[in-house]
Design a protein around this ligand. Structure first.
Ligand SMILES: Nc1ncnc2c1ncn2[C@@H]1O[C@H](COP(=O)(O)OP(=O)(O)OP(=O)(O)O)[C@@H](O)[C@H]1O
Length: 309
């Protein structure tokens, strides 16, 4: 397999007595879109700083685009990394277009692509207004345009959608998907878990500086063993037949005279579905509800706390 775009090998970062990141190993390959999720203080920003060469690891090895971020080669590769910091702050007296020109000059990437970027993030109408007049969503879009200057191969987005409304958020993720389609590798940190479900290939759950889970959503769901919910809708007053078929096999709950919930462990799900489907026309509908990211997050972070106790 090709060299990963990001490779962390048993990375630790300590600030005096604070263990911000501990024994983190992670590989992210070209074109992947990975979510880094964790509570406040879990170590997400620290990982970004390490990847950007803004901090040195206390232990372990790190490579970004094939170079150690703090090496001379790493500094040269830095031009191919776009970064949107958590609290992006621009000069309020500059217009959006001036801001991008300023950052383009800092990055040494020329201003030719700025109009295209402004269109891409939907700021055409506001590009010549001062940033102080921008809404939070507009500032974040400007932040994204700034991160995209110079057509980066790797995008690091630190909580990019915090405080954005669902429509702006969706636009944001549409742009990210488009970039991913062009082979850009994207790492997004967030604690808005629900929005990441359908948007990323892989989830890395960080808890107290440790990786608590890492994998595609389906994989970490299976690993967690959290039951899938089957919501069975029957003809009136026929829930008893469903209940007696499953009583003692899986947990269940009767919601009303037509609805039963079955809590199926991942391994039991298909067998349960076949059994319900075989019950004939007393069953009018079956809805499968897999555990959401919030539940998984609770599961994994809870487990780590117990392990650490
Ligand atoms: N410069 C520093 N000096 C001392 N401690 C630090 C420093 N930077 C981070 N930390 C500590 O390291 C831990 C991880 O912080 P980090 O900012 O990486 O978390 P985070 O997951 O990004 O949190 P948030 O979601 O709140 O931004 C925290 O306990 C934090 O207080």
């Amino acid at each position: 397999m090709n060299e990963p775009v990001i490779r962390l090998d048993r990375i630790a970062k300590r600030y005096r007595r604070v263990r911000a990141v501990e024994d983190v190993s992670l590989s992210i390959h070209r074109g992947e879109c990975v979510a880094l999720v964790g509570h406040n203080g879990a170590g997400k920003t620290t990982l970004f700083k390490l990847m950007l060469g803004l901090a040195a690891p206390t232990a372990g090895d790190i490579s970004v685009l094939g170079a150690r971020p703090q090496s001379g080669d790493g500094a040269r590769k830095r031009g191919a990394v776009g970064f949107l910091p958590e609290n992006v702050a621009f000069d309020p007296g500059m217009t959006g277009r001036e801001t991008l020109s300023f950052y383009a000059a800092l990055r040494g990437c020329g201003t030719a692509g700025i109009d295209g970027l402004i269109r891409r993030v939907g700021l055409e109408d506001a590009a010549d207004r001062r940033v102080r007049t921008y809404s939070k969503g507009m500032r974040q879009r400007l932040g994204l345009a700034q991160a995209l200057l110079g057509a980066p191969e790797l995008l690091l987005l630190d909580e990019p959608t915090t405080g954005l409304d669902p429509i702006v958020r969706a636009t944001f993720y549409d742009i990210v998907a488009e970039l991913q389609g062009q082979g850009v590798t994207v790492l997004i940190s967030s604690h808005v878990l629900s929005e990441l479900e359908a948007r990323t290939d892989r989830i890395v759950i960080l808890h107290h500086g440790h990786v608590a889970a890492d994998g595609p959503l389906d994989f970490i769901r299976r690993e967690a063993g959290i039951p899938t919910l089957l919501r069975i809708r029957t003809r009136p007053c026929r829930t008893g037949e469903v209940v007696s078929a499953f009583d003692g096999r899986v947990d269940w709950e009767r919601v009303d005279e037509r609805t039963v919930l079955l809590f199926c462990p991942p391994m039991e799900k298909m067998a349960a579905l076949r059994r319900v489907a075989g019950m004939g026309d007393i069953v009018e509908d079956i809805e499968t509800i897999p555990p959401g990211l919030e539940q998984l997050y609770r599961h994994y972070t809870g487990k780590t706390v117990e392990e650490r106790a």
